[in-house]
Design a protein. Structure first.
Length: 142
């Protein structure tokens, strides 16, 4: 049996159906669309080792943390501002916002329009990514 990983096109060959253990392929697996959330342990190719846990206010996130979350600067086209042009006139232009603004926008899109303003306490996890199955971790890293 051949298992295809859609994220990067890699494949994993299973010698027999016995290799899958007690896990049975759901209907989605027959079409090749199984969410990583529902994959069995043997199919994992990444292991995350938690190296730090902090409890902090949401708004205490640093720009570096926002970047680590995948947030980037963006032009805020929803809120253009008049800008002075070299010829003396003005033109509405989208202001450049930073990674923290992008994180705020992302947080509100997931948790509701006023979620950022609530400034909840959050747990911030730091982890190391190991590019191997958890059962192979000790052999790779000792």
């Amino acid at each position: 049996m051949l298992v295809d990983y859609a994220a990067d096109g890699a494949t994993h060959h299973l010698e027999s159906d016995l290799d899958v253990g007690d896990w049975r392929f759901p209907k989605a697996a027959k079409t090749g669309n199984v969410s990583p959330l529902f994959m069995p342990r043997w199919a994992s190719r990444l292991t995350l080792t938690v190296t730090d846990v902090r409890v902090q206010r949401l708004r205490d996130i640093s720009e570096g943390d926002a970047i680590a979350e995948g947030c980037r600067p963006f032009f805020d086209e929803d809120n253009p501002r008049p800008m002075r042009c070299p010829n003396g006139g003005t033109m509405d232009m989208a202001p450049l916002k930073g990674p923290l603004d992008d994180f705020q926008r992302l947080w509100n899109s997931i948790n509701g329009p006023d979620a950022w303003d609530a400034a909840p306490w959050v747990a911030a996890y730091t982890f190391t990514v190991h590019r191997c199955n958890i059962d192979e971790l000790e052999a790779h890293y000792g």
